[in-house]
Write a protein that binds this ligand. Structure first.
Ligand code: ZN
Length: 317
């Protein structure tokens, strides 16, 4: 006996259209199926990852992903859409995570750098596979960011987001908007290189009168003969083509991993070699260091350009 072919009328709203072929965007279309599949099954088979859907109306009534289609219904599918006035109980997405933390798909290294720069806890490696990404997202309750719809269609991914943009700064804007993060930006509080916490190099404990660094240096001004080339830092900006996406250290930074390390620095105590690497007149209190990888950061001249770039996508640091 032949199975009964049923059909529904689907319409996908706003940016969900990006996942559809052009002829199905911004309009209703008919979709045929066998049996009584879940509405989630049909939505994903049409190309839209479940992570992108916030509200489904079947004949005008909000339904869960598990709702079964029997044929003849009108299905309206809406994305995450903050302005859309809908009862909280109708939304499909799990409650937002209290502390937004991220794990990023491979090839999103520059976005990872930007997110860390703005202080967001962001895991990234360029060799995570899909199983690892899914497991990390689930176990650590991290939002999985990806441009791979197949990855985001996995049921195990409860907190995920597709990035529509390909440009890293546009992606950053997407993430800030979608998760409403602008008010949470804490620039330079996290290591762009390893995601560790960044702390001031000079602590009150070691440097109560803010004079300690001078113990290692004879004068109030550091030596000037070895000013670092600002281009060394500028080329490490996330948007300037990092040659090593997995090692994107780009923020205010006096240490290039390819160069000799400026000595082992203790809080409140800058070594002579480090002083040589710093620009003349730098306030030692503006220098900070990653607790985990010991990367040293400072507000260098490249910061102006970085600020300009971020300002172009509405981010002020
Ligand atoms: Zn670090």
């Amino acid at each position: 006996m032949a199975s009964v072919l049923r059909q529904c009328e689907f319409r996908f709203y706003e940016e969900l259209g990006d996942f559809l072929p052009p002829e199905r965007r911004k309009r209703s279309f008919h979709h045929a199926f066998d049996g009584t599949p879940s509405v989630k099954d049909r939505i994903q088979s049409l190309g839209v990852p479940h992570t992108e859907v916030d509200l489904i109306l079947v004949d005008g009534t909000p339904v869960p992903f598990t709702h079964r289609l029997t044929g003849g219904e009108r299905v309206a599918v809406y994305p995450m859409f903050e302005r859309f006035d809908v009862a909280e109980t109708s939304r499909l997405r799990p409650r937002p995570l209290r502390e937004p933390r991220f794990v990023l798909d491979v090839h999103l290294g520059r976005l990872a750098s930007y997110l860390r720069l703005l202080g967001f806890d962001t895991l990234y490696r360029n060799d995570y596979d899909d199983d690892e990404l899914t497991a990390i997202s689930r176990a650590q309750r991290r939002i999985l960011l990806s441009r791979d719809t197949g990855l985001l269609k996995r049921s195990a991914v409860t907190h995920g987001a597709f990035l529509h943009a390909t440009d890293p700064r546009r992606q950053l804007r997407e993430v800030l908007d979608r998760f409403q993060l602008d008010a949470r930006i804490a620039p330079f509080s996290r290591c762009a290189r390893c995601n560790g916490a960044v702390e001031s190099l000079v602590t009150d404990e070691h440097d109560p009168d803010r004079d300690a660094p001078k113990q290692d240096d004879p004068g109030p001004s550091p030596p000037k003969e070895r000013d670092p080339d600002p281009r060394e830092h500028e080329r490490r900006d996330p948007d300037e083509g990092d040659p090593a996406p997995s090692d994107p250290g780009h923020a205010p930074n006096i240490r290039d991993p390819d160069r000799p390390q400026p000595g082992k620095l203790d809080p409140g105590k800058l070594g002579r070699r480090a002083m040589h690497a710093l620009p003349p007149g730098i306030d030692v209190h503006a220098i900070s260091r990653c607790r985990d990888c010991r990367q040293v950061y400072w507000p260098g001249s490249h910061l102006v350009r970085l600020r300009q770039r971020l300002a172009e996508v509405g981010v002020a640091i």
